[in-house]
Ligand binder design. Structure first.
Ligand SMILES: Nc1ncnc2c1ncn2[C@@H]1O[C@H](COP(=O)(O)OP(=O)(O)OP(=O)(O)O)[C@@H](O)[C@H]1O
Length: 766
């Protein structure tokens, strides 16, 4: 490289000076200031600002100036000292600082822990409770005896057993804020050394302790296992009284394939084991997961009927009891083994192994056989509905299970629902001596898409009508299920829809005639007793149809509209006030007819069962229902659900004793059940005729019926079962004690109860 001469520093300096001088020269104000100074270096030294400052400062006394100088010097020295500190020392200082902070946080932690310290009595209590619950004793006792652990937090020390208690103590040294930092450093080094020493020593102590703890835990685990085994052996021995040989079932391959896809099917082992080992089991799983159809079959196959006992399943509604018994019979490939029993109607035989019934029927049976000795298992389905009878049943069964277990003749109680408030049924009041086992199956077979309205419509009947028209005219195949509040509304919508989509044609007539033959065959099977024909009221207060069935069937012949045979034409409702739907365009040409069927509780069983038959060829089925279709039912091919969100409910005033039916919003649990009807055989859609904000305002669960009904009938029932003090009865949700007392007095006044509280025999016939 060529040797290029470097520019001298002198030159550089002179340049900068030149620049400065130029600047200064430009300032006319200071012209005189520097005019006497000829040297350029001197020009560069004092800044214009500094000079001004100096002149502006007031003159101070010499002492003060000296003090100031001293202070400045001290600062310089400390800064110099800081600079002098080696990296190592700086690090040490930092660790000291951190340790101090840690110490402070530990102190505050200990202080806050002291607030929660238990007194000696409570601690003893806790230990004894843990022992009673057969839990593995945790080595708190060991730690409690450890003198190293701070006294004040011994009682809450269990969570830090495996941490190093000693170490925590070692770190817990005194704080002294006035200490010099150098001293602190020295102490820290000493502490560090001490800590290291202790760390070396610790493992020995902990190892010995851990060995002790591990052996103790092992012992206790072994003991627990042994105890559990002994308990189970005893339990299984007792179980042998009701549970026999496994029963093999030969099913249709198609059915077997469908069953295997149900979420509950994968849980068969767990469910059966839980039922074997527990007196009370609560099964909570999504709608359509297979509870109602599969659990009775699991129990049948595992031998719960092998010793001649029955598996009883209660349903809140007749239609569910009948349709479920048919379905389970088909799935078992032996319909004779599965029967139903509703009030005044049933197909129970000596061959029956699984019996579906309404809760009123089982309650009636309890009056003659309080121990339910014919049954090995009782399943309460759809317990979330909280009907008065199902609540009473659960209360009674909680005691029957206990008594039967005592007699070494166990009865299994299973409570099932998709939308259940578990706390209602797991309370100690209900099951004081046995804790129900809860099984949850969180899966659904088919998805259901929910659709809310942007704004809740004023007239839900009109909204339902328009929604059904939209679905039928624009959406692909699939049956529609509409939920309205009551029978009157069902009939109104039915009339409107059949007017818009009339069902005329040979096919329909042929289908109706065919249907009539089928119905006759079913009817022959059912054989209503003559007593039932004459009775006008059901046990649960519902009136049964007293018209001869033949009358209904002849209507099927006479009418071409498909709805007439549902009894709509002979009804007295007035549809002259219905004007909505005028803004809808006429239905498109070539649209398939809509086959509309009603479904409500007062409809005869045979008519209710019609919704399960396939609709006439080339038509779309539309079922218009009240909340009877809300639970349990699987109506074939339902793909669209239209939910008005309304139901008719009884409002009861316990003070005046007056009750009346009003239309209310349903609960969120009911809305879930309603939309669940869509995803049972395929993926579906649920159209909710209310906004999502409105849905959020719904109550989560429906109120138990027992709170909305006069309790007179209930008191009469319980008295008939010789229950003396009804206020002590284990209701899942007890009515007000005053209400029970008033009902009892009223029954006495009416002459239904004698002065000693027994039922006068004539009142036993209901
Ligand atoms: N009659 C039927 N025809 C065809 N499939 C049926 C019928 N009944 C039930 N299923 C099928 O079995 C599945 C399980 O029905 P099941 O009634 O056992 O469910 P679930 O869990 O009890 O529901 P929910 O809580 O609504 O009562 C349904 O989703 C459906 O796929």
């Amino acid at each position: 490289m060529p040797n290029i001469p470097k520019p001298s520093k002198k030159r550089k300096a002179s340049k900068s000076v030149q620049d400065d001088s130029i600047k200064i020269e430009t300032s006319k104000e200071n012209e005189n200031e520097y005019s006497t100074v000829g040297d350029a270096t001197e020009l560069a030294l004092p800044s214009k600002k500094k000079k001004r400052k100096e002149t502006s400062e007031p003159l101070q006394p010499p002492e003060k100036r000296e003090n100031k100088k001293k202070k400045e010097r001290r600062e310089e020295v400390t800064q110099a000292k800081k600079k002098v500190l080696s990296k190592k020392k700086q690090k040490a200082l930092e660790t000291i600082k951190k340790r101090k902070e840690k110490k402070q946080t530990l102190e505050s932690l200990f202080e806050s822990l002291q607030e929660y310290q238990f007194n000696a009595g409570t601690v003893q209590g806790l230990v004894s409770t843990a022992h009673r619950q057969d839990k593995i004793k945790k080595p708190e006792i060991e730690i409690e005896r450890d003198p190293v652990f701070p006294k004040k937090i011994r009682s809450v020390s269990s969570s830090v057993i495996n941490a190093k208690p000693k170490r925590i103590q070692q770190n817990y040294y005194e704080t002294d804020s006035s200490e010099d930092e150098n001293e602190d450093e020295a102490t820290a080094v000493k502490e560090e050394e001490k800590l290291e020493k202790d760390e070396d020593e610790e493992p020995e102590i902990i190892e010995i302790k851990q060995e002790k703890i591990v052996s103790k835990i092992d012992k206790e685990v072994d003991e627990n296992k042994k105890q559990r085994k002994e308990r189970l052996n005893k339990f299984y021995k007792v179980l042998e009284c009701i549970k026999g040989e496994h029963i093999p079932v030969q099913r249709d391959p198609e059915i077997e394939n469908k069953r295997s896809k149900l979420p509950i099917f994968a849980e068969e082992m767990n469910i059966v084991e839980a039922i074997n080992e527990n007196a009370v089991v609560i099964v909570s799983s999504e709608t359509g997961s297979g509870k109602t159809t599969q659990i009775p079959q699991f129990l049948y196959e595992s031998g719960y009927t092998s010793k001649g006992h029955l598996i009883g399943i209660t349903e809140p509604r007749r239609v569910a009891a009948i349709s479920m018994s048919h379905r389970v019979g088909v799935e078992l490939n032996d319909p004779s083994k599965v029967s139903y029993q509703i009030r005044f109607e049933g197909n129970r035989t000596d061959n029956t192994k699984i019996l579906f019934m309404t809760d009123g029927v089982l309650l009636k049976e309890l009056q003659t056989d309080l121990m339910l000795s014919k049954y090995s298992v009782i399943i309460i389905d759809e317990a979330h509905e909280r009907s008065m009878f199902s609540d009473v049943l659960i209360g009674l069964l909680s005691r029957i299970c206990f008594l039967r277990a005592k007699k070494s003749f166990p009865l299994k109680l299973i409570i099932m629902s998709a939308t259940l408030r578990l706390s209602d049924f797991t309370q100690k009041r209900l099951f004081p001596s046995m804790t129900p086992k809860v099984i949850k199956v969180e899966a659904r077979q088919f998805p259901v898409q929910l659709h809310f309205e942007r704004k809740t419509p004023d007239d839900y009947l009109e909204a339902a009508y328009k929604k059904v028209c939209n679905v039928h005219e624009k959406l692909p195949d699939g049956a529609i299920l509409v939920f309205l509040s009551g029978q009157g509304e069902v009939k109104r919508l039915l009339k409107l829809l059949t007017q818009r989509y009339p069902m005329k044609g040979k096919n329909v007539r042929g289908h109706l005639t065919k249907n009539r033959d089928k119905k006759k065959a079913v009817k022959e099977k059912l054989k209503l007793s003559s007593f039932a024909q004459q009775a006008s009221t059901l046990l649960d207060g519902k009136t049964i149809s007293t018209k001869p069935e033949a009358e209904d069937d002849t209507k099927a012949d006479l009418d071409e509209f498909g709805v007439a045979d549902c009894g709509i034409l002979d009804d007295d409702f007035d549809d002259s006030s219905i004007h909505f739907g005028g803004d809808l365009p006429p239905p498109p040409a070539g649209l398939s007819p809509l086959y509309c069927l009603p479904l409500y509780s007062l409809l005869s069983s045979a008519k209710q069962q019609r919704v399960f038959q396939p609709p006439p060829e080339g038509t779309r089925l539309c079922v218009i229902a009240t909340n009877v279709a809300e639970t349990s039912l699987t109506i074939p091919n339902i793909r669209y659900v239209v939910d008005s969100g309304k139901e008719k409910r009884r409002d009861y005033d316990p003070i005046t004793g007056v009750s009346q039916f009003n239309i209310h919003w349903i609960s969120q649990a009911s809305a879930e059940q309603r939309s669940g009807r869509a995803g049972r055989v395929q993926a579906g859609h649920a159209y909710r005729l209310y906004s999502s904000a409105m849905f959020e305002d719904f109550t989560v669960f429906s109120q138990p019926e027992i709170m909305n009904k006069p309790v007179d009938q209930l008191v009469l029932h319980l008295k008939a079962m010789n229950i003396v003090k009804i206020s002590n009865f284990p209701f899942p949700t007890p009515p007000l004690p005053d209400q029970l007392e008033i009902a009892e007095k009223r029954l006495r006044l009416m002459g239904a109860l004698s002065s000693d509280g027994t039922v006068i025999s004539i009142f036993l016939i209901y």
